[in-house]
Structures are given as C-alpha cells and as structure tokens.
Design a protein around this ligand. Structure first.
Ligand SMILES: Nc1ncnc2c1ncn2[C@@H]1O[C@H](COP(=O)(O)OP(=O)(O)O)[C@@H](O)[C@H]1O
Ligand SMILES: [Mg+2]
Length: 222
C-alpha cells in the first residue's frame, strides 16, 4: 500500500534528512517510526502526507507516485489521510464539534450528517459530552483525543501521527495508544513517529528505526 523506493530528501543545507530509504508498509499495518530527534521521522511523515516531495526516489501510495499529483489530486489524496500532531493544532476559537467537523463542512457535508459522525467519533474517544466546549477548557489528553477524532472524520485509510503523545503524561499517552490500537483494529493503516521507547514496547507492533536519515532496524511483531 505504501512504498518508499530509494527515497532521499535533502533540504539543501547539511546532511540529507533521508538517505536512500526503501520501505514497504502493507494495508492495515501499525508501524512505529522510531529514532532520536533529527533522525528523519517527521520528514518521512511529511512525504507521506504529500506536504513535501522527495529529492530523489519515489513515494508510492496504492501505486500512485505522490510527486506526480497536481493540486486537485493532491488535495483529494490528502483527504484520504488523517494526521495527528504533537501540539494538537486545534482552532482555539472553535468548539470541539466545529474542530472535528471542519473538513466535512468545507467539503459541503450536511450539518446533521457532520453532527452524527462527529458525535460517533467523539464517543469513540470518550468526549461526546464535550462537543460544545472550547479547546482551552480541555486537558492536553482531551485535546489530543479531539485532534484524533478530527483526523478520523473523513474515514482515512491511513492515519499518520507525529509524536502524538509528546505533550502528554504517561497515563494519557497510553490512552492515546489504546485509541490508535482500536483505529488500527478497524482496518486503518497507522504510521506513528515517536522517540518514546516505552510506547513502542507498549504497542508491540512493527518498529522501523531511523538514524541519520537511514533505516537501521526493521522489527516485525514480536
Ligand atoms: N524544513 C527544514 N529545513 C531544513 N532542514 C530540515 C527541515 N526539516 C528537517 N530538517 C532537518 O532534517 C533532519 C531530519 O529532521 P526531522 O525529519 O524533523 O527528524 P525527526 O522528526 O526524526 O526529529 C534534521 O537534521 C533536521 O534539522
Ligand atoms: Mg520530528
């Protein structure tokens, strides 16, 4: 489903952020991208989100080379991918419901239908009672759960997460991992970057280890 073929990414200054990386991820896999800060994890996720393109090599998703996507195709592709960031990136002046429903609203989905799907997702992350709250009225863990519900609004086939628990304490981090596990169990491919070895151990799935832009380890399910 996802294939990186000899992907190099350089930003023009210093060493390559990714160097000749080749990797295949199957549909429905849960992959932890591990490695220290600067290893290239975020760069790899940005290529998969098509926020950026490889300097050389190919990034293929379902056979399509992401570099070839023109503006509209790129937007359509990005709607099939959910993304969760370390810092949540919620809109502070919007309610929880509005944050979750934003993309559906932009796409012209009827409000009643937006409400139904948002309620269902917020229930899944345990926040259906906070739909009218504003982000600053929620804890960090709750805000990240809102961001996860938002990422799932379009029923993405791939969920990408970049250090999703970086701003959360241990208990909340494990809660987020349990949610990711459920999402993955329902068929969504999950690729999560983290430098947190405890989380990797907890999740106990495939681990692709990066160091200085290269894959230095790829361990399957224990
Ligand atoms: N926009 C950018 N411009 C220049 N260099 C960058 C940029 N983004 C990342 N880098 C560099 O690429 C390397 C990999 O960074 P990154 O992918 O963010 O690693 P990680 O997420 O594993 O910490 C680092 O050396 C970083 O400084
Ligand atoms: Mg990073």
């Amino acid at each position: 489903m996802i294939t990186l073929a000899s992907v190099t990414k350089s930003y023009g200054d210093g060493a390559d952020a990714l160097r000749e990386v080749s990797l295949a991820i199957g549909k429905g896999e849960f992959v932890c991208l591990a490695g220290p800060s600067g290893a290239g994890k975020s760069t790899l996720l940005r290529l998969l989100l098509r926020e950026d393109i490889a300097t050389s090599g190919q990034v293929l998703v379902d056979g399509t080379d992401l570099a070839t996507l023109a503006r509209e195709a790129r937007q359509a592709y990005r709607r099939t991918v959910g993304f969760v960031f370390q810092d949540f990136k919620l809109l502070p002046a919007r309610t929880v419901f509005e944050n979750v429903a934003t993309v559906a609203r932009v796409m012209g989905v009827a409000r009643a239908q937006q409400w139904r799907r948002a309620s269902m997702l917020l229930q899944q992350v345990g926040l259906q009672h906070r739909m009218e709250a504003f982000p600053q009225q929620l804890s960090g863990g709750e805000q990240q759960r809102v961001a996860i519900a938002r990422a799932l609004m379009n029923e993405p086939s791939i969920l990408l997460a970049d250090e999703p628990t970086g701003n959360l304490d241990r208990a909340l981090s494990l809660e987020v991992m349990d949610i990711f596990r459920d999402i993955n169990a329902s068929g969504t491919t999950v690729v999560m970057a983290t430098h947190d070895q405890d989380l990797i151990t907890y999740i106990n799935r495939r681990v692709v280890r990066l160091h200085h832009g290269q894959i230095v380890g790829d361990r399957g399910v224990a």
